[in-house]
Design a binder for this molecule. Structure first.
Ligand code: IMP
Ligand code: MG
Length: 180
């Protein structure tokens, strides 16, 4: 059954920011843009950053018609965004050989940009031909941070949940994105 924020008992806590339909439409557009950017010879590898990207990743790859492989990575979470470079631990490191291949990292949300500034060099160490980023949401909290190649939506600064995003592991399953 479809989640209806108007009838869901704990919906008093949240307000829909991006509806299921708005997300579906934008993900299809991103898929078309990404498909145009890569060709078969790029040997594209699409890497989802767990866990938050899992729904976006699933919908996005179905909207991309360039042949590609799929893998994931999981980085240790840290509360402090000022953590120095090299401190991030990969709890799951993609097993796919990235040498000479185009890598596309799939993120749910970029907040300070700290996660990406740790992950991109980690991928670059493995000799890909290029590393690009697509993020569904972007909060633009830090000036001068790396700009992802594709951004789904500019997001409000409020804390968002749903469509993969969690608050203490809750709400990931919601088909829409809401603010708490
Ligand atoms: P950054 O390293 O500060 O850019 O934070 C990025 C990560 O923090 C995301 O991949 C999310 O896992 C988490 N995050 C940031 N903002 C939110 C939010 O509003 N809701 C849920 N998770 C968030
Ligand atoms: Mg994340």
């Amino acid at each position: 059954m479809k989640e209806d924020p108007a009838t869901n008992p704990d919906s008093a806590l949240r307000e829909v920011v991006f509806s299921e339909e708005t997300i579906r439409h934008r993900v299809r557009e991103l898929g078309r843009e990404i498909s145009r950017e890569y060709s078969k010879t790029d040997r594209l590898v699409i890497i989802g950053v767990l866990k938050g990207s899992f729904l976006f990743m699933a919908d996005l790859v179905r909207a991309i018609d360039t042949p590609h492989e799929v893998d994931f990575l999981m980085a240790s979470s840290y509360g402090d965004a000022t953590v120095s470079s090299g401190d991030v631990t990969l709890l799951y490191d993609p097993k796919t050989n990235l040498e000479g291949r185009a890598v596309l990292l799939v993120e749910d949300i970029v907040d300070t940009g700290a996660t990406l500034s740790e992950l991109i060099p980690r991928m670059e160490e493995r000799g890909p031909s290029r590393v690009d980023v697509v993020t569904l949401l972007h909060k633009r909290l830090t000036d001068g941070m790396l700009e992802p190649r594709w951004v789904g939506f500019d997001a409000p600064k409020s804390f968002l949940v749903g469509y993969g995003l969690d608050h203490a592991e809750d709400f990931r399953h919601l088909p829409y994105i809401a603010s708490l």
